[in-house]
Structure formats: C-alpha cells, structure tokens
Design a protein around this ligand. Structure first.
Ligand code: RIB
Ligand code: CA
Length: 325
C-alpha cells in the first residue's frame, strides 16, 4: 500500500549558494512508488519562503509533475526569534536561476493546507519534514486535534549524540526555529527523528554531482549550476566538496524504515540556552536523572544506518533517473 505524505521543505535548488539537497529528496519521493505525495509545503530555512516556493514550483514543472504546492508565511514561530535569523536577509542577494514567483501564487497557506488535509483524512497522512518545523507548529495552533490526525512525522532534525552543524550544539533545522521544534516534540505525534548521527554516514561526492551535469538535458545542467556554488561554500567552510544526504535519508526512511535502527528517547529542545539554543537533548534513560525519572519517550531516534542499501536506492532513483532524462 502506498503511503500518503506531505513534504514540508526549504528547497534551495534554483537559488545559487543555497543548500540544494532538499530537491534531491523531493526527486527521490517522486521516483518512489511506495509514496503518494498529497502536497508540498515550503518553509523559511535555507532560503526565504518565496524563493523556496519558486524553486520547488520550477522543479515540479520541469519534471512534469502536478502536485499542490503551498508556501508558509515568512518569519519564525516565535516572532522574538526573528532578529536572530536576519542572516536570511543576505540570501535576498543570491542569484536566483529558477524564476521568482509572487508568493500570492500559493493560494493556501502551508499550515492551513496541512491542517485541512490531515483533518479530512485522519490518521492517513504522514509528514516528511526536511526543513525547520515552523509550518507544523503553526498547523498545530490552527487545529487542537491535529496531533491525533497526523499519522506520523519523519523529520530530518537534530543531533542526538554528535555535535551540531550550525553551532556546536545545534542542527540547522532545529536551530532555525527552536520554539516550533519544541512544540512539535511535545505534541504527542508519532515522531521518527533522523538526526545528524545517521545523516553524516551518507555522502554524495563532488564527482558524482558533477557527473549529473555531463548529461545534456537542460534540467541536468540546471542541477549542476545550482549545486556548484554550494559545493564551493562547503569546501571553504568545512573542507568537504561533497554533500551529506540529510533530507534524502529522511525521505528514504519514511518508505523504508528498516534502513535504520532506532532507539526511543525523550527529546527536549533547548530554547533558552546562551550557547546551546536549538540543541536536541535526547534522554535515552541512560543518564542518572533519566534512570530516576524514566521519562516517557516522545520520539524514535535513528542511530544506525544500512548505508549500502540507502546509497543503492538513492543512486537508482535520483542519479540514474537524472541521467536518463
Ligand atoms: O542540517 C541539515 C539540514 O539543513 C537539511 O535539511 C539540509 O537541507 C540543511 O539545510
Ligand atoms: Ca532542508
């Protein structure tokens, strides 16, 4: 049976210098018969919302896919957090190679789309979230029963036992909107968290990326043009010219959960720290307080991955697919 999903994403393929990886995850979903995509919602994260909306619209048009797309509104869940996220404004200067569309082209706001779809189909729709959790937190505010109506969330979020990637403590998606993430983890929804611990076991090399552009199809040229500036940024900042397939891994786990071994944990999101804002503190009931309190878990945390099987699926459904366009 196919799984009905809504993908919530901050797609930057189409904005030069943004992290293009969400779009590989979307391509993986499009080429996975195990999934039926009910809609795609975009959120502020890698790029401002209007750019994410434009980028995913371009992607679907180029691949001839007719799937509803709805944009979230700009800003973080807690408006007080906005001032810390002003770096996003700098992204307004990035070269946009997917045509920039007016946000009004998204007629329904992302959180109301999520809320309505899940209410109309209770316990049928799973969310795959591969960006900050702003839209999901806002959807929970719109509908007090939503936590019982969403079947499950598979989220690329957080770091369990390893350092963060945007700060020493925090992973980007949680750091970008910690109050939203905290609300979602407290919601009682069935959550599988796909943290950096497993994501860092995946990698697409520069050579594999460049080989996409060797194919003559204009969309492959577009992919390479979009990806190149991000490779350069990674090379400068973290001395790595490849990509970790964070979001694609979360997508694969949604339709193939046996790819990972999970451990249940109580995940708390740090919203008050001076140095650790956005940290996902995972209590596996291994600490002294954990053993004493025996806190009820609120998430399954992916910790071990069958990298070979994941690589094979990703290669067949994304890289080979692009090369046969
Ligand atoms: O920390 C990894 C996350 O941030 C992923 O969703 C990826 O798209 C990056 O922007
Ligand atoms: Ca993302």
């Amino acid at each position: 049976m196919t799984k009905k999903i809504i993908i919530d994403t901050d797609p930057a393929m189409g904005t030069k210098g943004g992290d293009p990886e969400d779009c590989f995850a979307i391509m993986l979903a499009l080429n996975s018969p195990e999934l039926h995509i009910e809609g795609i919602t975009t959120v502020q994260g890698n790029v401002p919302v209007e750019r994410g909306f434009s980028n995913v619209t371009y992607l679907l048009n180029e691949l001839g896919k007719d799937i509803p797309i709805h944009s979230g509104t700009t800003g973080t869940y807690d408006p007080n957090r906005n001032k810390e996220r002003l770096w996003l404004g700098k992204r307004d200067n990035m070269e946009q190679i997917a045509p920039l569309l007016p946000i009004e082209d998204s007629r329904i706001e992302a959180s109301s789309f999520i809320s309505t779809q899940c209410s109309n189909n209770p316990k049928e729709i799973e969310l795959v979230t591969i960006g900050p959790l702003t839209n999901i937190a806002r959807a929970l505010d719109l509908n007090p029963n939503l936590n019982k109506e969403i079947k499950k969330i598979t989220m690329m979020a957080g770091a369990a036992k390893v350092p963060g990637n945007i700060t020493p403590a925090a992973e980007f998606n949680v750091w970008a909107d910690p109050e939203a993430a905290s609300k979602v983890f407290k919601s009682g929804i069935d959550i599988t968290m796909v943290p950096l611990d497993v994501c860092h076991k995946t990698r697409l090399s520069k050579e594999q990326l460049v080989s996409i552009g060797d194919h003559e199809h204009p969309f492959c040229k577009f992919v390479l043009e979009s990806v190149k500036p991000w490779i350069n940024i990674r090379s400068e900042l973290v001395s790595d010219e490849g990509l970790h397939l964070y979001d694609s891994l979360a997508m694969a786990i949604c339709f193939m959960p046996e790819l990972v071994e999970c451990q249940s944990a109580y995940v708390g999101v740090e919203t008050a720290g001076n140095y650790s804002t956005g940290e996902t503190v995972c209590e596996f009931n291994e600490s002294i307080m954990g053993k004493l309190k025996k806190q009820e878990p609120n998430a399954q945390v992916a910790l071990n991955l069958d990298v070979k099987v994941f690589n094979k699926i990703f290669y067949e459904r994304v890289i080979s697919f692009l090369k046969t366009l």
